[in-house]
Design a protein around this ligand. Structure first.
Ligand code: CUA
Length: 331
């Protein structure tokens, strides 16, 4: 009975996967569709094998059941060359049938796509993601922006421990292995927000090592690129100038790559982003909460507490960060 209840609960949970941005069964891109085909293909094969085995099992149960009046032992058989060959060859055929598309698509999805793919270098850190666009000369963190209808080729690296780069609705996942470079490509057919996850247990902050994927139509994407290349808004007010000074003193050491061993996420045009640390909705209250005690929000984060500023300094710093965006997008 317990098993039945347990199985029902599991089935119910599996049924309500909720967020469509996390659903691999309704892919929103070519790579995801290919992977769904592989899932279906292996599932069909498994169902066929299961049905045949079950049919033989039921047949044997009925055909050779104990009958009234028959009390002797059935004929005892020791070894059957025919059966030995059969149950060796049939699984081999099944595995080969499964292996061909799997191997083919595994290589296809790692190869550089033909045509003008957008190159993105992904680096996984405990517990955040860096995205660099070498063709465009821009770099960002936690929020990956891609154009729709164009393949994006990822060069995936890791700096500390194992992570795994996964955008369930678009495809993936590819391991992030320190000291090694892995490749994969994805595309999004329609504009939208897709959720990205780290899919390899990597420490205390693993569950919150999320990122966002914004697929924009090509003209919106180009607008974003243009904005990203522009310098940040000039700090005109006294408060913002104070904030900029505090930013230089307290944040830039890690966040501007001065010391690569304690590298923090790129904050260029942070004001354009929707989230703080990839998890909190971006607003001043949350930003203060994050700055004052980051590990209360993301356990294990290397970001130190900035709890030594007074209220006025904290206001100046958060205001400066919130408005750190390109001149053209200033309201
Ligand atoms: Cu990174 Cu889990």
């Amino acid at each position: 009975r317990l098993l039945f209840i347990f199985a029902t609960v599991i089935l119910a949970l599996a049924g309500c996967s909720g967020d469509p941005r996390l659903n691999v069964l309704t892919p929103k891109g070519t790579a995801g569709e290919i992977q769904l085909d592989l899932i279906k293909w292996s599932l069909i094969l498994m169902v066929v094998v299961f049905a045949i085995v079950l049919a033989i099992y039921v047949y044997v149960l009925i055909r050779f059941r104990k009958r009234k009046g028959i009390d002797r032992m059935p004929k005892q058989v020791h070894g059957s060359t025919f059966l030995e060959i059969l149950w060796t060859v049939v699984p081999i055929i099944c595995l080969v049938v499964l292996a061909f598309p799997t191997v083919r698509y595994t290589f296809d999805l790692a190869d550089k796509p033909k045509g003008d793919a957008l190159e993105v270098k992904v680096t996984g850190y405990q517990y955040w993601w860096e995205f660099e666009y070498p063709q465009l000369g821009i770099k960002t963190a936690q929020e990956l922006v891609i154009p729709t209808g164009r393949k994006v080729h990822f060069e995936i690296k890791g700096k500390d421990v194992l992570h795994s780069f996964w955008v369930p609705a678009l495809g993936g996942k590819t391991d992030v292995v320190p000291g090694r470079v892995n490749y994969m490509w994805l595309d999004a057919k329609k504009p939208g927000l897709y959720q990205g996850k780290c899919a390899e247990l990597c420490g205390a902050g693993h569950a919150l090592m999320d990122f966002k994927v914004y697929a924009k139509n090509p003209s919106d994407f180009n607008q974003w690129v243009t904005a990203m290349k522009q310098p940040a808004t000039k700090t005109v007010t006294k408060d913002l100038a104070e904030g900029e000074k505090l930013f230089r003193q307290n944040c830039m050491g890690c966040h501007a790559g001065v010391n690569p061993s304690i590298k923090g996420p790129e904050l260029t045009h942070f004001g354009l982003r929707d989230t703080i640390a990839g998890t909190l909705p971006k607003n001043e209250a949350n930003l203060k909460k994050w700055l004052k005690d980051p590990s209360a929000i993301k356990p294990g984060t290397k970001m130190p507490k900035i709890d030594y500023l007074n209220d006025q300094e904290m206001n100046a710093l958060t205001q400066y960060l919130m408005t750190r965006k390109p001149e053209s997008t200033k309201k």
